[in-house]
Design a protein around this ligand. Structure first.
Ligand SMILES: [Zn+2]
Length: 258
């Protein structure tokens, strides 16, 4: 067992890709010390399975559920079930919610995405739980909305500039970095990793997507987190173990809503 503990703030462990070898994936991540897991769920049924699993280790395993931006048109139909899951004490975070103008080009749908995003932030506030944001090709609108509906949240796989990152941090939001920070062409991610206040950084895999170098292109899994921490530590000229401990501390603070 590793002496250093790591955080994966965003992994889709109950997606189809892990159905075959779920136990092995968990075992490998434990061996590497990646014990803090935030399991992201985009479907109701997934959320219930993840919540049941979280009971095996409530101190380390969190579950997030929310209506994904490109599913905004189903929000009305799914709202009752969303509230029910969100109120469950085993669901610790609302997400991933946000705006995605990359997959959705219709401006009328962007308005609907904003409405559903805002409504879910307000639900998080009502329940005193943090939220996790997906933002793609929509960073300014995401920022404006998170400023207007200010609450405790994190930006998953933050891909904005360091300048933009600082604006989010000023509002108390956390920035989570994943595989792209290890990619040569992801200039923004490296700058964010280097320049942000370390107390507002988190790490994630976004498993099964976005595997970091040197396993880029493979199915991603939480046990690859040390590659990401190693890269951020290099960029910041910090010791890897110290950075890992800071990231875990950040996550505890984020989760406890202090
Ligand atoms: Zn995700």
């Amino acid at each position: 067992m590793s002496e250093v503990y790591y955080l994966d703030s965003h992994c889709h462990l109950f997606s189809e890709e892990f159905q075959e070898d779920f136990d092995e994936v968990i075992e490998r991540s434990r061996k590497k010390g990646v014990v803090f897991l935030n399991i992201m769920c985009t479907e109701e049924e997934e959320a219930y399975r993840a919540m049941d699993f979280s009971e095996t280790d409530r101190d380390h395993i969190s579950v997030s559920y929310g209506i994904f931006p490109t599913d905004a048109e189903d929000a009305e139909k799914r709202w009752g079930e969303l509230e029910k899951i969100a109120e469950d004490p085993r669901c610790t975070c609302i997400g991933e919610i946000g705006l995605d103008y990359y997959w959705e080009k219709d401006p009328a749908m962007h308005d609907l995405q904003k409405e559903v995003f805002a409504r879910q932030i307000e639900l998080a506030r009502k329940l005193n739980k943090p939220f996790c944001v997906h933002s793609r090709d929509a960073i300014q609108d995401t920022y404006d909305l998170m400023k207007a509906h200010h609450w405790k949240g994190l930006m998953h796989s933050f891909s904005g500039s360091a300048e933009m990152g600082r604006e989010f941090v000023k509002l108390g939001y956390y920035l989570s970095l994943g595989g792209p920070v290890t990619f040569k062409n992801a200039r923004h991610a490296a700058n964010v990793a280097r320049e942000m206040d370390v107390n507002f950084l988190l790490t994630e895999t976004d498993s099964p997507y976005m595997a970091p170098v040197p396993v880029r292109g493979k199915r991603n899994e939480p046990s690859y987190i040390p590659h990401i921490v190693k890269k951020i530590a290099e960029l910041r000229q910090m010791k890897e173990e110290i950075l890992a401990a800071v990231l875990v501390e950040n996550w505890r603070r984020f989760r406890s809503l202090q």
